[in-house]
Design a protein around this ligand. Structure first.
Ligand code: GDP
Ligand code: IMO
Ligand code: MG
Length: 428
């Protein structure tokens, strides 16, 4: 078997989409296992730019099947819209399938997400307002609607009716908003089910057979470790497990089947949405990095917060994920900035020096990063295709990360294009 898992190690937007696109050219299967259309993955393929939210980024190059597995939450309208956009560009999509077990994001999930975010005095997380959290809530509460339910009119009607009773009461009484109509939702989702009928299949058996048949399978993570529901900066997290552990429950494959665990990190850090960010650069330099790195959300268009690389959080992320291969992206963005700072420890509010990531999100706001300084480089590195072509200080930067984390960087990305990679070791 040859399995590859690509996960983000920071707060999302590390460039996972670009890396998955590159790796998927040699994959028989590309599988999304968590999250939903809260993700935003930008892929440049020659002259074309694709922004993918729900479809696996492998959809463009994968020679086999693309699977949206059971752990994903699916907005059927967003799915069809994205399929339409891809087909408009002349690409085929008949290789994309959705698990019958995947949960459906309903209109009331999106409204609930939005009302909560907009509520004065509420916990403002800065979500994407795509209904992700409320959909996962219903899944765990065992009242969710699954893709398979869209194909059974009686079950669908009963489930929507039960859900609307509670949700409408919340909307009207608590949020003072209008109630939703049953007929409209029921008819729309029945039709969506019909449109998707041929794509709604069981995926776990086929995936396990593919593992036994030694196929190349790429599991594509959305979001990232620091947004993980358990190990991120709770409550400023997403509602799924974007870590390698999430692959097993999110796709129905055993832990023993996971081999190459690839963690993607940016050469610096970004975050979109609320929550602590110890190495944040809320100044001119942060603005400069945002401009050069074009750090604006692909899903919401929000400016991303920017900051120095944080090896304290990265160590936490690589540990939780068991990463055995690192990818560093956007090294090109750091050209011309010197000195470069990398956080290796934090000073707590009572002066203690620590090198591990805390579970106390409230305390993290007051932690001060302790930096190592490295000399930068001025050269444009976007044309480098071999490690030797990198300036000495760029190599020192990469090797500092490798040494600190004890994990090899197998790929350095030096631009958004498919070809802008320095591959130090072929994994496939
Ligand atoms: P994802 O959510 O992890 O897939 O990342 P996003 O696609 O949201 O954000 C990464 C952005 O950086 C995208 O616009 C990519 O095209 C771009 N990108 C990826 N790798 C590189 C790189 O090495 N250098 C530069 N300059 N841009 C990159
Ligand atoms: P990709 O796959 C960056 C953030 C939101 C918010 C928090 C919760 O492109 O890396 P949610 O809508 O999931 O309930 O929002 O998580 N967030 C992301 N940030 N990249 C993403 O995906 C994200 N998906 C969610 O901004 O802070
Ligand atoms: Mg993104």
């Amino acid at each position: 078997m040859s399995t590859y898992v690509v996960v983000g190690l920071q707060y999302g937007d590390e460039g996972k989409g670009k890396i998955t696109d590159v790796l998927s050219a040699k994959s028989d299967y590309v599988v999304r296992f968590q999250g939903g259309d809260n993700a935003g993955h930008t892929v440049y393929a020659g002259e074309e730019k694709f922004v993918l939210h729900l479809l696996p980024s492998g959809v463009l190059q994968c020679r086999g099947k693309c699977i949206i597995a059971n752990g994903v939450v699916v907005n059927p309208k967003a799915f069809l819209k994205e399929i339409g956009q891809i087909e408009e560009k002349g690409l085929k999509t008949d290789h994309v399938f959705i698990s019958r077990r995947a949960h459906v994001i309903m209109p009331y999930h999106i409204l609930l997400d939005t009302y909560r975010e907009e509520e004065a005095g509420g916990t403002h997380i800065g979500t994407t307002k795509k209904g992700i959290g409320p959909c996962y809530e219903d899944k765990i509460a065992r009242v969710g609607i699954r893709m398979i339910d869209l194909l059974n009119p009686e079950v669908l009607a009963e489930k929507i009716q039960k859900n609307l009773k509670i949700k409408n009461s919340l909307f009207e009484k608590y949020f003072e908003k209008p109630a939703l109509e049953f007929d409209e939702i029921y008819n729309e989702f029945l039709q969506l089910g019909e449109k998707l009928r041929d794509r709604i299949v069981d995926t776990e058996v086929e995936l396990n057979e593919a593992i036994r048949d030694n196929k190349n399978i790429l599991f594509e993570g959305a979001q990232a470790a620091m947004l993980d529901i358990d190990f991120g900066t709770y409550p400023f997290v997403t509602s799924s497990s974007p870590t390698t552990g999430g692959v097993c429950s999110g796709a129905g494959v055993p832990p023993t089947s996971l081999q190459n665990l690839i963690g993607v990190a940016k050469a610096y850090t970004t975050r979109v949405g609320e929550g602590p960010f110890p190495t944040e650069l809320d100044n001119e330099l942060g603005e400069k990095i945002r401009k050069i790195g074009f750090e604006f959300g692909a899903t919401t268009g929000r400016p991303r917060r920017t900051g120095w690389l944080d090896l304290v959080s990265l160590k936490h992320a690589t540990m939780i994920n068991g990463i055995n291969n690192l990818v560093i992206t956007k090294l090109d963005v750091l050209s011309g900035i010197s000195p470069l700072k990398i956080a290796t420890k934090y000073r707590t509010e009572d002066g203690k020096i620590i090198d591990y990531f805390t579970s106390s999100t409230t305390k993290l706001y007051n932690y001060e990063p302790i930096y190592e300084e490295l000399e930068g480089w001025d050269e444009d590195i976007t044309h480098a295709r071999s490690y030797d072509e990198l300036p000495l200080n760029a190599k020192k930067y990469i090797e500092f990360i490798e040494h600190h984390l004890g994990i090899n960087v197998y790929l350095v990305s030096v631009g958004p294009e498919r070809s802008q990679n320095i591959i130090r070791k072929e994994l496939f």
